[in-house]
Design a protein around this ligand. Sequence first.
Ligand SMILES: NC(=O)C1=CN([C@@H]2O[C@H](COP(=O)(O)OP(=O)(O)OC[C@H]3O[C@@H](n4cnc5c(N)ncnc54)[C@H](OP(=O)(O)O)[C@@H]3O)[C@@H](O)[C@H]2O)C=CC1
Ligand SMILES: O=C([O-])CC(=O)C(=O)O
Length: 265
Amino acid sequence: MTAKTVMMIGYGAMGRAVHELLPSGLALRWVVVPELSVAETVARLGQDVEVMTSVDTCRERPDLVVECAGQAGLAEHGGAVLARGWSLAVVSVGALADDALYGRLHDAARRSGGKLHVLAGAVAGMDGLAAAREGGLESVTYEARKAPASWRGSHAEELVDLDAVTQPTVFFEGSAGDAARRFPANANVAATVALAGLGMENTTVRLTVDPDTTRNTHRIHARGHFGEFEIELSGYPLASNPKTSTLAALSVVRACRQVLEPVVV
Ligand SMILES: NC(=O)C1=CN([C@@H]2O[C@H](COP(=O)(O)OP(=O)(O)OC[C@H]3O[C@@H](n4cnc5c(N)ncnc54)[C@H](OP(=O)(O)O)[C@@H]3O)[C@@H](O)[C@H]2O)C=CC1
Ligand SMILES: O=C([O-])CC(=O)C(=O)O
């Protein structure tokens, strides 16, 4: 049987983890990275994978395109993928807090028959939340708790002294849209919860730095006509990037596997 093909946008910590776990029967054929990373990525991947800076260079049709490139990468390449009518599974969901980008990707997919799949990423429960929305939701709160190392290099450094915290400290409380825009590498899940539930402005987000944890912990509380649920997921970060949970990479692997499966769970 010929292998189904995958294109990956971005090849950082998550992309590499996904590549390692790609199910047999699927081949990573194209990787899209910024110009500055082309040489290093070619050296890592060898001849079997075509490394490019633009989706336009690809002359075939991938069975699935996965984005592991950060919000800027989704903004740069998402439109071109969807305009071709391809399927695009994304993790940098916070980019969709930008209404103009959301509209552009939505319209490109609608015109071409392409599909934008918002992956659950580092959290669970998005199916239940989206189902609950059908009956009406009253409130949705999302809280993330991570170690200081996971918040380094982010806007958190301007809000709290990451070297001095001695106990769990909330340093941001606001809307999902605001969180996704201010913490592009750390609060994509806030946008995912918002898209599944009450939207960017009506989803409350709390971000905490916890000096005593090595996990990335996500808690979602939702209340509505269906009743109420609370889930807490305590994930291991990837060794190669403490901002990124292992489960987020695994959600991309799952999306890849679904290309092969006649029954989708
Ligand atoms: N939904 C979720 O649960 C989660 C989502 N994420 C999202 O996944 C993204 C990737 O995570 P991770 O792999 O750990 O991050 P890394 O920073 O390790 O990797 C990002 C990769 O994307 C590349 N890239 C950056 N800009 C572009 C662009 N314009 N076009 C193509 N490629 C680009 C980078 O290249 P270069 O090195 O040259 O910059 C690098 O290869 C995060 O930035 C975040 O947005 C992360 C965790 C959880
Ligand atoms: O991986 C995680 O724990 C979540 C994350 O970074 C994000 O939401 O952007």
